[in-house]
Design a protein around this ligand. Sequence first.
Ligand code: MTE
Length: 315
Amino acid sequence: MWDLKDFQTTPEHIFKSRRQALKKLAGGSIALAGLTSFPSSVFGNANSFYPPVSNTLYKVNREITEEKLATTYTNFYEFGSSKNIWRRAAFLKTKPWMLTIDGLVKKPVTIDISDLLKKVGGIEERVYRFRCVEAWSMTVPWSGFPLKNILSFVEPKTSAKFLRFETFFDPDVAPGQKQNWYPWPYVEGITIDEAKNDLSFLATGIYGKELPNQNGAPCRLVLPWKYGFKSIKSIVKISFVDKKPQGMWERIAPLEYGFWANVNPNVPHPRWSQSTEQQLGVDNRVPTMIYNGYGSEVASMYNALQPTLKNSLFR
Ligand code: MTE
């Protein structure tokens, strides 16, 4: 239900565009967000890596989503199942933040995020389309670095076939993690070829600033050709493994949230169509594109798999 109690404090144009966007959302376990104003402290402060240099290879023919929409309508089940968790997420302490990269690698490492950014040579900005499995989408400028850059210094062994990502586990800070029907922590996985793809991105920022907590601070995955649940937030561990990791959503509902999760308008979710999507803040629904429009960059990774996997490839 709408929670209008703070709406007078929200500028009218934001209030209207959010209201229109939220009204049109289809499918999914969508608990509608409250309409609120918010203090600037929930957005990251600038540091020496910001503002990032734009990588002009990654531009899209869509309007950039309004920052306030992209940063207040968020999915982060650790803080609750509504979209309106940004205030609660602000309690997560993200500095310092250690990331462990281990498993089938020659040089495992545990490193603070700011040291990691120095090690990979800083950050760049890329504008990507982003499509949630719930059929809403946004277009945002992410900043961070290509995921493949970490491979060069941890040196995966030839036996490493997949990457398994894990989010923090701290139920005292993240009340959603007290709900033990979810198999916490949040886990996601991709193949090593997917990790090497140019599009795979470890984001540390959005809209030219550090990520606000609700968008996955201090470090989250962004895989623009896959449904958004693959883009795991607030990562504490990346393990190189030889077996396909099972994601948290896949564990709960394997027929709804499969491993591949490549965006495909022709394969409906069991409970709703994927043929169109609602861009946050935009009036009309638009057709969804195969691989979210990134087929020329990613389709070749799946061609060999298609005969056996058929439609499940995209689930
Ligand atoms: N990562 C964690 N740890 N927890 C989550 O609940 N939600 C996923 C993904 N990553 C989620 C997560 C889903 S369903 C989506 S659509 C995207 O984050 C949303 O990213 P955004 O909130 O920055 O738009």
